[in-house]
Design a protein around this ligand. Structure first.
Ligand code: NDP
Length: 328
């Protein structure tokens, strides 16, 4: 039995954003319905200065039937070096016999599926005419989030802020000749004020977004911090928002954006209105009024990786140019 090896370039070629958004809907609905097995992820924090961590994310997903594990390292200090901040592999198994049928680049899968999940949240929660987008962060996720936001809403204006102003300027330059005008701005506040859609996609451990800046009716995708001790948005942002998550159990353990306000006593668990899967399933409520601010806190789930990996695997299997290896 051979194992297909799919590198990052091919993952991107096989995994179109719109198709991935639909796949994320299926995966999140299956999760809410109990058609998935997803243990909380163990994380090894590497001692020393790097701030590096290694996470193992196994799962079984019932729709489409799939089994696998993502092993991914996150080294935030890698920015600006030859190494990506997210590196690893998705090991994809035959769910009937347990054979390892594919190995795929996890960085590319993560880049697309994370933004696709924010695409699902935005499709469910943002006002239909939301067109003014703020991006806080200018890295891998900022690019894929711009693509996802444009897939689900009529985005017309984009402001990008990044800690290093040259990085924001470089981001804006990449879209200069495209049909999407992106302006680099000097402060996060300038980006956020007046925006209908806000994506926070930084590696910051402290808030980069203050709730006082938010316009009524805004929708936020809060993506960056995935550990309980770090957050990208302040307590006011959470208090002003109706909050949604990918999975309650994971968010209550891993989402500092929610866990820290809970520890402060500012909110309780009931401040989380629902999981995306509950809205998709018709058992949960989304936005209640056009003026309401909605906040989706993403921590990232292994079922999302499996839903994306299934698309990649089906394409790769049909492509004779994709390499095969025999591990035995
Ligand atoms: P990149 O390394 O490509 O980009 C990181 C961005 O964060 C850059 O814009 C960088 O700014 C900014 N940044 C780094 N440190 C700080 C800081 N202390 N304060 C403010 N900004 C900072 O990372 P990715 O785009 O791949 O990932 C972005 C975040 O999303 C990470 O935290 C990552 O762990 C998280 N993530 C979450 C997932 C989920 O499922 N929820 C999945 C994948 C990633 P500059 O370069 O200008 O200095």
């Amino acid at each position: 039995m051979s194992t297909i090896v799919v590198n990052g370039t091919r993952v991107r070629q096989f995994l179109a954003m719109r198709e991935c958004i639909d796949a994320m809907e299926r995966a999140l609905r299956a999760l809410t319905r109990g058609h998935a097995v997803v243990p909380l992820r163990p994380v090894v924090h590497v001692p020393g200065e790097t701030g590096g961590a290694l996470a193992a994310m196994p799962a079984y997903l019932g729709d489409p039937k799939s089994l696998g594990v993502k092993a991914i390292s996150v080294f935030p200090g890698n920015e600006g070096t030859a190494h990506d901040s997210h590196q690893g592999a998705v090991l994809f198994f035959d769910p009937d016999h347990g054979a390892l049928v594919a190995i795929m680049d996890a960085g590319a899968i993560t880049a697309v599926r994370t933004a696709a999940v924010s695409g699902v949240a935005t499709r469910l929660l943002a006002n239909a005419d939301a067109s003014d987008l703020a991006l806080l962060g200018a890295g891998v996720q900022a690019h894929s989030h711009l693509e996802a936001m444009r897939a689900v809403r009529p985005v017309r204006r984009v402001r990008v802020w990044s800690r290093t102003s040259a990085r924001a300027a470089e981001f804006a330059r990449r879209y200069y000749a495209s049909d999407c005008s992106v302006t680099a701005v000097a402060s996060a506040q300038e980006a956020v004020e007046g925006a209908d859609l806000v994506c926070t996609v930084t590696s910051s451990r402290e808030p980069v977004l203050m709730g006082d800046w938010l316009a009524p009716g805004a929708h936020l995708n809060v993506v960056g911090a995935s550990v309980a001790a770090a957050r990208e948005v302040d307590t006011t942002a959470v208090l002003r928002s109706a909050c949604f998550v990918d999975r309650r159990e994971s968010a209550l353990r891993e989402a500092g954006d929610l866990v820290i306000p809970m520890r402060e006593g500012a909110i309780t668990e009931s401040h989380i209105r629902g999981e995306l899967g509950e809205i998709l399933d018709g058992t949960g409520q989304g936005r209640l009024t056009p003026q309401e601010i909605t906040l989706f806190k993403s921590v990232g789930l292994a079922v999302e990786d499996l839903g994306a990996a299934d698309i990649v695997y089906r394409r790769a299997r049909e492509d004779p140019d994709v390499p095969r290896i025999d591990l035995r």
